[in-house]
Design a protein around this ligand. Structure first.
Ligand code: TRP
Length: 344
């Protein structure tokens, strides 16, 4: 593969960050820094596909930035910035609006979920959201994208767009000296670990979500130790003790979720958790889980608060990140424009 390995991922600055964002995304971003050059974006352009109060959008942008840093993303090593500052995203997204097909976007399940019943009233941005996501990734020719499994379909679409672009412009790419692989890589999603899908504490069939009305359904990264312990104590469960192997979690979504959260927080597997805790009732397991959650989240929580009190530092990180991101994306976008046939 002629493409240099590079990681890109993003989190939307909407509402409160929670344990699902941390275990399913941010913590895995941290781990990848040792193996790849990484770009971590706060995707504010994506956020406004649904109405956002401007002041809340600003706060949420700083909050995601602080969470990135508090979780251990090193802004000297990795690039941390907010999407709207680097114009390549919006420009490439427009070109991709003209590459992707209506039929492809009509199949996107996230649009259907987010638009809900009143599809006519959804923003057109929400419909082309996946094209912007493809632009995020391909503006840097990123080869690997750590995401939760709900984003798998968007990554498939990203590959479809890359492939169609490489194919439709094959002749022109060859004339301009590109090899067989074209201009865009076939980006791979990285979906792994015990908690790529953290579920609601109130309903094991629903994803933990910032938009869920009940705050008891999620552990926010800003929750203090008491709130964390209380939410875990009140989490919905069934009356059976924990099984001794993973097979025994089948048909028990709430138990499965809590065991998955424990495993992810302890950096181990569900098997190992059940080896230690199988046979225990929830009255014993929940306090153990609460203790572990507080142990992992409390230091991060403190660091996040410290960072949020220092906006000047966060601004400096975002400004520096945007410059470095621009430096990578600009030559790629310049080539895309030449390929397409834009006179400059
Ligand atoms: N759609 C992603 C989510 O909701 C966020 C996102 C936007 C993203 N652009 C991206 C993730 C590019 C990975 C790569 O979680």
């Amino acid at each position: 593969m002629p493409f240099t390995p590079r990681v890109f991922s993003g989190v939307q600055p909407t509402g409160q960050l929670h344990l699902g964002n941390y275990l399913g995304a941010v913590r895995r971003f941290v781990a990848m820094q040792d193996d790849y050059p990484c770009i971590y974006c706060v995707v504010d352009l994506h956020a406004i596909t649904m109405w956002q109060d401007p002041k809340e959008l600003i706060d949420a942008t700083y909050s995601v930035t602080a969470a990135y840093l508090a979780a251990g993303i090193d802004p000297k090593k990795s690039i941390v910035f907010n999407q709207s500052r680097v114009t390549a995203h919006a420009e490439l997204a427009w070109i991709f609006n003209c590459v992707a097909r209506m039929g492809w976007l009509n199949r996107m399940t996230q649009f259907k979920e987010k638009a809900g019943k009143d599809k006519e009233n959804a923003s057109t941005g929400l419909f082309v959201y996946p094209n912007l996501m493809a632009a995020d990734i391909l503006a840097y020719q990123a080869t690997h994208v750590p995401v939760g499994d709900d984003q798998k379909q968007h990554l498939e679409l990203t590959r479809d767009i890359a492939q169609k672009f490489n194919h439709d412009y094959a002749e022109r790419l060859a004339e301009l000296g590109y090899g067989e692989d074209g201009l865009f890589p076939m980006t791979e999603p990285i979906i792994q670990g015990p908690a790529t899908r953290v579920m609601s504490l109130r309903d094991g069939s629903k994803k933990m979500s910032k938009s869920e009305a009940s705050d008891a359904s999620r552990i926010n990264l800003t929750d203090d130790a008491d709130a964390i312990a209380q939410k875990i104590r009140k989490a919905k469960t069934d009356p059976e003790p924990l099984p001794s192997d993973v097979k025994g979690l089948e048909g028990r979504p709430e138990a499965d979720n809590l065991v998955g959260i424990y495993a992810a927080l302890a950096s181990t597997t569900k098997e190992a958790v059940l080896t230690d805790h199988g046979g225990q009732g929830f009255s014993a397991f929940k306090p153990a889980l609460a203790e572990l959650a507080v142990e992992v989240l409390a230091p991060m929580n403190a660091e996040m608060r410290r960072l949020l009190d220092d906006r000047a530092h966060l601004d400096a990180v975002l400004t520096d990140g945007a410059e470095r991101a621009h430096a990578i994306a600009a030559p790629i976008l310049r080539d895309v424009k030449r390929v397409v046939g834009f006179v400059s």
